[in-house]
Design a binder for this molecule. Structure first.
Ligand code: SF4
Length: 377
């Protein structure tokens, strides 16, 4: 395998073999001046995941660039492991998988362009064939039937279980003879999800004191960036809306979106309707959803505008607690949720905003109100 291909898909076993063959040891990678560039690219990878939940695809103009890019992947994984923040592992995994998605899409588009120009393909030169091979390496066998891509029914269910939108449900698939047909775009999305799951299952890696010591400055910088990102989010996204008053269900949904986790359609609907009812405008809601794993700007904009009534003429409010429970999205109910009269997430928000009533009893000067009244009588 050539170094550039290994650097484009560094999570592959073959890419790990290229690294092994290069003879770079872990010790040299984290300490030697020769790998300063690889370390700084690794740090950049993690900082981009913190800031944008995406990693930028850097051009690899020569073998040296490509090798540094390839080495930056194990550096990034070590940095994430040193950080030891479970939630961030998820965000980082999603960012790596999105980068792989954009590269697979490029391969597929390049291949189509070549086809349109009548350039003959060689085996393995076809972008779709490459994605099919990659899927196979990750455990999803894809077959060709004429121009269609076909996967076993059981494999489809296993690999698409994280996709919550209706269009992924089995009833909406073209199933026959225990197999389902998928588009090239969907295959890429499934591979993206398998990459996310794979990275989440591998991290954090065990790190010893030498690694922690050598990377401590970079880890501190990343930790600070992450804290700042988390701290700035409520004010930046929510304006006058107080996130402190959110009920546990909405806090959890928001947390899942921000971590890049897949949120079921019912959860997205509830959160959009909740934010809209509190006065957030559609663009701000869209920005909140930009971190979700399945984010598609046009589709999300359409769905948000539908829920907020801009295109449907009906403004939806969030479901009441009973409905949230039946959807399985009444997460972590607390003491306030358990009151008999708590029937709606908006009620929770309103109650949380009320100033606590002053206790009756002693007032300044040591006289109770009832005592003062008694004195006036
Ligand atoms: S009880 Fe209601 S407000 Fe509380 S978490 Fe469940 S759905 Fe949300």
């Amino acid at each position: 395998m050539n170094v550039r291909l290994a650097a484009r898909y560094p999570f592959r076993k073959e890419s790990a073999d290229v690294l092994k063959e290069s003879g770079v040891t872990l010790d040299r990678l984290i300490t030697s001046i020769a790998y300063q560039e690889a370390r700084s690219l690794g740090k950049q990878r993690v900082l981009e995941a913190v800031e944008y939940a995406k990693i930028v695809s850097h051009p690899m103009t020569n073998e040296t660039n490509a090798m540094n890019e390839l080495l930056s992947y194990p550096v990034a994984r070590m940095l994430v492991s040193c950080l030891g923040d479970k939630k961030f592992v998820h965000r980082y995994a999603v960012a790596e998988a999105k980068l792989a998605n954009s590269r697979m899409t490029e391969e597929a588009e390049r291949s189509k362009e070549r086809e349109t120009k009548g350039v003959r393909k060689s085996a393995g030169d076809d972008g779709v064939a490459f994605v099919v091979r990659l899927a196979g390496e990750l455990g999803l066998q894809v077959h060709h039937a004429g121009d269609s891509l076909i996967v076993e029914f059981g494999d489809y269910l296993r690999c698409s279980s994280a996709m919550k939108s209706k269009s992924w449900k089995l009833v909406n698939q073209d199933v026959s003879g225990g197999r389902t047909r998928i588009t090239e775009e969907r295959l890429i999305r499934l591979v993206e999800q398998m990459i996310t799951d794979g990275i989440i299952s591998e991290l954090p890696l065990p790190v010893n004191d030498e690694i922690l010591g050598a990377l401590s400055d970079d880890v501190d910088d990343i930790r600070l960036a992450l804290e700042e990102k988390r701290a700035e989010q409520p004010e930046k996204d929510f304006g006058t809306i107080s996130i402190v008053r959110f009920p546990p269900c909405m806090k959890k949904l928001l947390e899942m979106i921000r971590a890049g986790e897949n949120v079921p359609h019912t959860g997205r609907f509830a959160l959009v309707a909740f934010l809209h009812t509190l006065g957030m405008d559609s663009n701000a809601i869209l920005a909140t959803f930009a971190m979700s794993a399945d984010f598609d700007e046009n589709k999300s904009r359409y769905q948000i505008q539908h829920i907020t009534g801009e295109i449907s003429g009906t403004e939806y409010t969030p479901p009441e607690c009973n409905t949230m429970r039946s959807y399985g999205i009444c997460f972590d109910p607390d003491d306030l949720c358990n009151r008999d009269w708590m029937v709606h997430p908006l009620t929770y928000y309103r109650i949380k905003g009320k100033k606590p009533r002053k206790k009756r009893g002693k007032v300044k000067g040591g006289t109770s109100r009832s005592g003062a009244r008694a004195g006036r009588r």
